[in-house]
Design a protein around this ligand. Structure first.
Ligand SMILES: [Zn+2]
Length: 326
């Protein structure tokens, strides 16, 4: 395929989660030409969800009046190299051959990967990581996930599950995680864990926790967003929670940069978007505590594509796959 033809080629990206499916038609520069967002209905089974994806794709292509040559899908879950979703907890899926099913329905090549790896592709190809071939993305949202680009390739691992950076142990025997382990980075810095820690703190010291409870309505309703809001108001307990979260994040990032020696660490996800102060807060402890050689050329930046990283990255992955096989 000629470079000129490749430059005009359009691909589709899908970001499939437990609550919504987002679809976009994307050009070679990562620009979104048309997009669709729908709520997913996992209770209708995989057939229903696949029909929703097909409807979104047809809506996008119809709106733009242009043809797409391939489709990339990022799914919240474990995906094997054949495009089968081995386990998608939010969708209630086990062994759904999503890639094959969508190829049959749409008549175009389809590639399927994990949603966090799709977002990593997006930041690498069109976001904060453009032109950098050794980078790590760490997405801190409700959960914590990551993706590793090493030597210009996405690190996949033996069973295509590499990049689960949220489940590195930072406190041996520490807080319970949603995985079988305890003390994971996610169990301290994920949005659900920040909420748990804040609720515990407010219960232990009701007087200091008063502002958090007032903002949330009750102790049980305190969320990571409540902590951010109280922190912005200068609340002392929220300030302490944010400082501790930054320390946990820094501990995780020290291990990440020691292990992978990226040129660039990109921090994204809802918790970071809500409070970008985390990026500057971890800078010093990471530089002090990581191996000197590992941080010598390291830059730490904020993700550029926000919640569009997944669709843009999935479309970029589809483009890469088509171009390679042409
Ligand atoms: Zn874990």
């Amino acid at each position: 395929m000629g470079e000129k033809e490749n430059g005009k080629l359009l691909t589709l990206g899908v970001d499939l989660g437990g609550t919504k499916v987002e679809t976009a038609l994307v050009d070679a520069s990562g620009r979104i030409l048309a997009s669709r967002r729908r709520l997913t209905h996992p209770e209708k089974g995989s057939d229903g969800v696949i029909a929703e994806i097909v409807a979104c794709v047809e809506g996008c292509v119809g709106e733009a009046g242009k043809e797409a040559r391939g489709l990339g899908v990022g799914v919240a879950g474990q995906v094997d190299r054949s495009g089968t979703v081995r386990f998608g907890p939010n969708l209630g899926w086990h062994n759904v051959p999503l890639g094959v099913r969508l190829e049959e329905a749409l008549g175009m090549p389809v590639v399927v990967i994990n949603d966090v790896n799709a977002a990593t592709w997006g930041e690498w190809q069109h976001g904060a990581g453009r032109g950098v071939d050794d980078l790590v993305c760490l997405f801190v949202g409700t959960g914590v996930g990551g993706g590793i680009i090493s030597g210009g390739r996405l690190l996949e691992g033996c069973h295509n599950t590499a990049g689960e950076l949220g489940h590195m142990t930072i406190v041996n025997g520490g807080r319970h995680c949603h995985c079988p382990n305890r003390g994971c980075l996610e169990a301290y810095a994920g949005g659900w864990a920040i909420a748990e820690r804040a609720q515990e703190a407010a219960r232990a010291d009701p007087q200091s926790g008063q502002r958090l409870v007032t903002l949330a309505g009750s102790i049980q309703q305190i969320s990571a967003a409540t902590v951010t809001q109280a922190y912005r108001e200068g609340d002392a307990m929220a300030n302490r929670l944010v400082e501790e979260t930054a320390q946990y994040l820094a501990a995780g990032v020290v291990s990440i940069v020691n292990a992978f020696n990226p040129c660039l660490l990109i921090l994204g996800g809802g918790v970071i978007q809500g409070l970008p102060d985390y990026v500057s807060a971890i800078e010093r402890p990471v530089r002090e505590n990581a191996l000197k050689a590992a941080v010598e050329s390291l830059q730490i930046v904020t993700a550029a594509l926000g919640d569009k990283a997944g669709v843009i990255g999935a479309a970029a992955l589809a483009r890469n796959t088509i171009t390679k096989s042409a």
